[in-house]
Design a binder for this molecule. Structure first.
Ligand code: SAH
Ligand code: SF4
Length: 354
C-alpha cells in the first residue's frame, strides 16, 4: 500500500482521480490531513463511507503503529516515541517557544556517524527513514496540538532529532517538498533548519540542487586533531574543507548559518578552542549556539560549569559574534539534544521488537 504522506499533493490528487475519487473530495481529504491534522480516514466526517473505505485500501495515512507521549513538567517539551511499521522506534520533540511551536525531527532510526558525546550515535544505526516517516512526525505533532485544543500548528522545524539528515539526502529532499507545498504542511524554508555534522559532498549537492535552507553545523571542536577524537566524521570531512563549502553555500543566499558547539569539560573548552570557534564564525558570518553537554551514564564526558559557560559566552560577545546558550527544555523526559535514543526505545531497537 502507498504511504499517503510520501506523495506530493498534486500527484495524490491525480492518483485519487484515477481511482474514481472526485477532485473536490480529494481537496477535502488534503484539508483533513494537512489542516485539520486527522490521522485516520474514519475521522473525515464529510467524506462518504464508501470513499473512506476505498481510501483505506489504497493508502496508509499514518506511518506509525504506536505512539507514546511524554510531557515535560516544565510544560515546554513533549516527546513522541513513535513506533514504525517494522517495530523500530524514533523520537520527535515538540518545543513550545514564546508564540509558536517548533518540532525537532528525526531523519534516521539511530545514527551511523558515531559522535562520542551523543547518545543517538552511541546507540548505533538501524535505518534511514522514508519521507512519509519524516513528515509523519509533523502530522503526529499537529494532531497532538489539536487534541489538546491548542490553537497552533507546528510552524518551525529543526532537523536535530535522531540521525544525520545529510546521510538520508533523497528522503530529506522529498520531505522538504511535502513540507513546503501549499496544499501540504505549507511551512516556509525560512523556518526550517537542518543540522549536520558536516558532509562536504552532500553540502555541495545542496548547492547543485539549489536547495536553500538554514543550516546548523555541529562543530565539536575546530582543532582537527581534537575533533577527530570526538567526531570520526572529521577523518573524511576535514573541518576547514567543510568551512569552505559552507561559505560557498552561504554566498548563494541569505539564509542563517549557526555553529552548534557542544561543551565537553576538558576537551573543547580552553580559551584557545573558543578563539578558534570565534575565528570560524567570523569567516562564515555565522551565529554561535553553545550547548552544554546533556550528560548520560553512557556518554563518557562531563558538562562545564554554568559560570564557565557564561564566561565563554561573554568572551564571544566581546568579539561581536552573535551567540546564544541553548536552554534545556524538558530535562525530565530526556528531550534535549543528544539524548534521543533513551531508555525503553533503545532496548526495543536492540531487541529488534517493540
Ligand atoms: N546529526 C545532526 C543533527 C542531530 S544532533 C548533527 O549532528 O548536527 C543535534 C545537535 O545535538 C548537534 O549539534 C549535536 O552536536 C548535539 N548533541 C549531540 N549530543 C549531545 C549531547 N549529549 N549534549 C548536547 N548536545 C548534543
Ligand atoms: Fe549523529 Fe548528530 Fe549524534 Fe553525531 S551528533 S551521532 S551526527 S545525531
Amino acid at each position: 500500500m502507498n504511504e499517503l504522506l510520501g506523495i506530493l499533493p498534486v500527484k495524490l490528487k491525480e492518483s485519487m482521480k484515477d481511482n474514481g475519487i472526485k477532485a473536490f473530495v480529494a481537496d477535502q481529504i488534503l484539508d483533513w490531513v494537512f489542516k485539520k491534522s486527522v490521522v485516520n480516514f474514519s475521522d473525515m466526517q464529510n467524506v462518504s463511507k464508501e470513499n473512506r473505505e476505498k481510501l483505506s485500501t489504497l493508502y496508509n495515512l499514518f506511518p506509525f503503529k504506536n505512539v507514546e507521549v511524554l510531557e515535560s513538567s516544565d510544560g515546554l517539551a513533549v516527546k513522541g516515541i513513535l513506533t514504525l511499521e517494522d517495530g523500530a522506534k524514533i523520537e520527535s520533540v515538540i518545543l513550545k517557544e514564546r508564540d509558536y511551536y517548533n518540532l525537532c525531527i528525526s531523519t534516521q532510526c539511530g545514527c551511523p556517524v558515531d559522535c562520542k558525546f551523543c547518545l543517538t550515535g552511541i546507540t548505533g544505526f538501524k535505518r534511514n527513514l522514508k519521507a512519509a516517516e519524516i513528515v509523519g512526525q509533523i502530522l503526529w505533532a499537529n494532531n497532538y496540538l489539536a487534541s489538546k485544543k491548542i490553537d497552533h500548528r507546528i510552524s518551525h522545524l529543526v532537523f536535530m532529532g535522531m540521525g544525520e539528515p545529510l546521510l538520508n539526502y533523497d528522503e530529506l529532499i522529498k520531505s522538504l517538498a511535502m513540507i513546503h507545498d501549499e496544499q501540504g504542511f505549507f511551512i516556509s524554508t525560512r523556518k526550517v533548519t537542518v543540522s549536520t555534522s558536516g558532509f562536504i559532498k552532500t553540502i555541495r549537492q545542496l548547492i547543485e540542487d539549489d536547495v536553500k535552507l538554514n543550516l546548523a553545523f555541529s562543530v565539536g571542536c575546530v582543532n582537527r586533531d581534537k575533533r577527530i577524537e570526538i567526531m570520526p566524521v572529521e577523518e573524511l570531512n576535514p573541518i576547514m574543507d567543510v568551512a569552505k563549502v559552507l561559505k560557498e553555500y552561504q554566498a548563494l543566499h541569505n539564509r542563517k548559518l549557526t555553529l552548534e558547539y557542544t561543551m565537553l569539560a576538558g576537551v573543547n573548552d580552553t580559551d584557545q578552542d573558543i578563539q578558534d570557534l570565534i575565528g570560524l564564525a567570523k569567516y562564515l558570518k555565522a551565529k554561535i549556539n553553545l550547548i552544554n553537554l546533556n550528560p548520560h551514564n553512557k556518554i563518557p564526558f562531563k558538562e562545564i560549569s554554568n559560570s564557565k559557560l557564561h564566561r565563554l559566552k561573554t568572551m564571544i560577545q566581546n568579539q561581536h559574534v552573535p551567540v546564544t546558550i541553548r536552554f534545556r527544555k524538558g530535562r525530565d523526559i530526556s528531550a534535549a539534544c543528544g539524548q534521543l535514543g533513551e531508555s525503553r526505545m533503545e532496548e526495543a531497537n536492540e531487541n529488534g521488537n517493540d
